[in-house]
Each structure stands twice: as C-alpha cells, then as structure tokens.
Design a binder for this molecule. Structure first.
Ligand SMILES: [Ca+2]
Ligand SMILES: [Ca+2]
Length: 91
C-alpha cells in the first residue's frame, strides 16, 4: 500500500492570496471577454468558496461593479482583488 499521505491535504488554503485570486478570476472567464458576469463570478466563488468567507466576499461584487452594468471589467477586478485581500487578510 503506497503512502499517499502527503496528497491528503485540504484542496484550498486557509487564506486567499493575490496570486490565487487572480488565477481563479482568470480561469473563470470562460468566454474570454476580460469581464466577469454573474455566472463566471459564481464559479470563482465556488473555487475560492470552500473558504467560508469567500461567498460573502463575492457579495462585494456590488462594491466592485463601479458602473453597475453587472459585469466586472478588468479595472473593476482590480478593485475586487483588493477588496478580497483586505477582507481576508488574517493578520
Ligand atoms: Ca467573461
Ligand atoms: Ca461593471
């Protein structure tokens, strides 16, 4: 029986770091328009979401959606990333 112990770890870290957030936001932009719609954000929330607060964080969508068009543009994503990082910094 091989030892897979080192593979058994939580699939998500206990914290959100900037690289991870950006990575996820990039990945969920399935139609590659550089903007995130609700569906894409929901997927992002799912991927970051095992983290308890991430769901709540994505309520910050409203906060990030500066022009209220329901899409998070690249500039707005900058805000979203910053917001998430501020919110989930553990220290
Ligand atoms: Ca998109
Ligand atoms: Ca917008």
């Amino acid at each position: 029986m091989p030892h897979f112990n080192h593979f058994i770890h939580k699939s998500v870290p206990d914290f959100i770091d900037e690289a991870r957030v950006r990575d996820v936001l990039k990945k969920v932009d399935v139609n590659r328009d550089g903007k995130l719609d609700k569906k894409e954000l929901r997927e992002a929330a799912r991927q970051l979401g095992a983290l308890n607060g991430a769901w709540r964080a994505f309520r910050a969508l409203k906060h990030a959606d500066a022009n209220n068009d329901g899409l998070i543009s690249e500039e707005e994503q900058e805000e979203l990333v910053k917001y998430l990082l501020t919110k989930y910094k553990t220290t």
